[in-house]
Ligand binder design. Sequence first.
Ligand SMILES: O=C[C@H](O)COP(=O)(O)O
Ligand SMILES: CC(=O)C(=O)O
Length: 213
Amino acid sequence: MTPTEQSDRALKLCQLAPVIPVLVIHDLAHARPLAEALVAGGLPVLEVTLRTSCALEAIAQMAQVDGAILGAGTVLTPAQMEAARAAGAVFAVSPGSTPALTDAARANDMALLPGAQTCSEVMALLELGYTVQKFFPAESIGGAGALKSIGGPLPQVTFCPTGSITPALAPDYLKLPNVACVGGSWVAPKSMMDAGDWAGITALARDAASLPR
Ligand SMILES: O=C[C@H](O)COP(=O)(O)O
Ligand SMILES: CC(=O)C(=O)O
């Protein structure tokens, strides 16, 4: 897949719901019920970060859940991209981007959502053909105000901002014309996963899925 095709696919995924849950799974037993809870609440696109030892196996199990579309987050290397694809991920998210990673996305037929922080990074990814990018760490680099400003000179780039976004802050992002959805961990707090409060997570997902945009 070319970068343009990757971004077309990423845009379609971003348009399925206003929020992509960013998931850190420590206990493999949480994987399946977590995916079921989030999909039941209306959030089908799930990003499992490759920050824990069970993340790849979690992706494999969650990809079996009806309606779930799995992606891998915190993808930093080509080897991780390949492993994520083998586990069943159909998209990859990275906090930044490197030539090795964009080459690997092309080679592995993965839709990469590459991260950018600055206008120069946004422009460098745009030169490659990435019209859909992650804006990370969103709240620390100017938040919705920064994205609104970037949309002036660079309206052709659409973003999935992520990083310390809360339900209260999300609407400010979602109303921007250059934001397709936001990423956030708030829909799957570790405390609720540890408590097995899947109904509570479905309720959080339902609220997130009904955010206006
Ligand atoms: O690094 C993680 C992402 O920023 C999502 O997590 P967060 O919503 O808690 O910032
Ligand atoms: C934070 C982020 O961008 C990631 O984990 O992919």
